[in-house]
Each structure stands twice: as C-alpha cells, then as structure tokens.
Design a protein. Structure first.
Length: 293
C-alpha cells in the first residue's frame, strides 16, 4: 500500500538585506519560519541560493522535519533582482530540491500579498523605490532600477539630497539650517570629508540618513521641507502613472510608506488601499497555485 503524504507550501521572500521563509502545511497552518542573509539574485546569485537554503533548513527544523520532506514542498520564491534576464536564466538552471518552485521578483510576491491574490498595484518606498502591478496575470513595473542613478524619492535618495544640500551650505551657496549644520558637524564641516564618505556608502547606509530628514521636517526645517516637497512631487508622478495605466487600487509598502502617505493630498490618498497580507503570504499564494490537495 502506497501512502501519499500531504503537500507542504513554502513562501520565500528574498530581499537585499534578509531572506525570510514561511512553511505551512496543506491546511495553511504555519509550521516553520526561517531567516537568513541577503538574497539579491542579480548581484549575488550563489549567495542567494545559500541564503535560501539556510532559511529553509531553519523552517524545516522548526517544523520537526528534515531534508526528506523536500519532495513534498511546493515553493513560491520572490527575490530581489529576480526579474532581471540574467537572474531568470540562473534560476531556471538551479537544480532545486523542491517538488516544484516558481520564481518571481520580490515586488511580485509583495503585490500578491498586499491584494490577497487579486489584481492591484503596490508602491514600495524604503531604501529603494519601485512600483508593481498585476492585472489578469500581466505585470508592469515602475522605477526600482537602483541607486544612485535611479530610485528617486527613495530613502537612499533622501540621504543623497541631505548630502547635496549640506555641501551647498558648506560652499555658501545656500544658508545652513539646523539639519545641515548637524550633518556638517559629523564631517568636521568639511565638504571633502562628505564626498569621501559618500563614495564608500551603500544605498542602505544612505537610507539611514532619511530619518534625519523626517525628524527635521517635523520641526519645519526649511531644507528638510524642501526635500519632502521634492519627494512628494516624485511620488505623485508615480501614483498618477500607475493609476492611469490600470486604475487598480495601490498599496503603499516599505519603511517610508507611512511618512509619505501622511504628506499626500486627499486626491492621492483616495488612490490608495490597505494591505491584506505581507510578501510571504503572497509567496505562499504563488506556491499553492494549481496544486491539488
């Protein structure tokens, strides 16, 4: 007599900082979670696979399972950089251990999760910035091409604008404010020190400066308000383009989403909707699609 074991579903959210995993049984009950390092498959493909398997091993251990469960697992995998052609080719060649694996970008699973699998759009505003839309299975993206040549309006971009205005103030082009004085003091009030630090800074490190802009904007610092106004113009343009494209509800995601939303006019707030779930729930929807239980 052959015993057929129930399928397991695995959601993987691989971002530039962390790789998160959620394992569920056939009923949808969560039985394990995992967390590992960066999983940007475009910039570090083999490191991404290592992060995935580390997080999966944690989830299996938490569930009281081992590698023998792999053939029962249906995986939905969303990865940073996953939409790039080179990444797609790389993932197609991976001899993964799962019963089936579906690969998409991290934006795709975030959109699926935000709208519980229904048609809709998202705008993620964090270290970077990117928009994603799913309508009848078709996708469209906005921005997200990376800092510093793109991702205007993102957390890293806020940090860049703080750098730029502080250097302008040090050069006497514009007057200092409390925000630029505080920033300049960190570099001994020397523009050359700031330039050297910028050349060595990662997007994530630049985005850490966004909190200064947010805090000084609350204090009505002149230059902070200028940066916020610039960001709002960028966000409004993105939201307008996204809404014009498909008239779907847009969910704001990411660490700066609440700050950005609080400064939007009612006209643009009406284009927004809440989120039904997180990226891992979207990855699990992808994993279970078409699987007969």
């Amino acid at each position: 007599m052959t015993v057929t074991l129930e399928p397991l579903f695995l959601g993987i959210d691989g971002g530039g900082t962390h790789c998160r995993v959620r394992l569920t049984d056939h009923s949808g009950a969560i039985i394990g979670n995992g967390l590992a390092g960066s999983a940007n498959v475009y910039s570090n493909p083999y490191g991404t696979l290592e992060s995935i398997m580390q997080a999966v091993d944690q989830a299996l251990e938490q569930a009281g399972l081992d590698c023998q469960a792999m053939p029962r697992i249906y995986a939905g995998i969303g990865l940073a950089g996953g939409a790039m052609p080179a990444a797609v080719d790389f993932l197609q060649q991976w001899q993964h251990p799962f019963a089936k694996a579906r690969f998409v970008s991290d934006s795709h699973i975030a959109c699926l999760g935000a709208h519980a699998g229904a048609d809709g759009s998202i705008l993620i505003i964090g270290t970077g910035i990117s928009g994603w839309s799913i309508v009848e299975g078709r996708t469209r993206s906005w921005s997200g091409w990376g800092f510093p040549f793109a991702d205007t309006g993102s957390g890293a971009w806020l940090g860049l604008r703080l750098y730029q205005l502080t250097i302008d103030a040090l050069d006497g082009i514009i007057p200092h404010t409390e925000m630029t004085l505080a920033m300049a003091a960190d570099y001994q009030h020397r523009a050359e020190n700031m330039v050297q630090a910028f050349q060595q800074a990662s997007p994530a490190q630049m985005a850490e400066l966004a909190v200064r802009v947010v805090e000084h904007a609350a204090l009505e610092d002149r230059h902070a308000l200028t940066i916020v106004a610039e960001q709002q113009k960028i966000i409004r343009s993105l939201l307008t383009s996204m809404h014009t494209f498909n008239h779907q509800p847009i969910a704001l995601l990411g660490g700066l989403s609440e700050f950005v939303s609080s400064h939007l006019t009612e006209e643009f707030k009406q284009l927004l909707t809440g989120t039904a779930g997180d990226p891992l729930s979207g990855a699990l929807l992808l994993a279970s699609e078409g699987v007969t239980i």
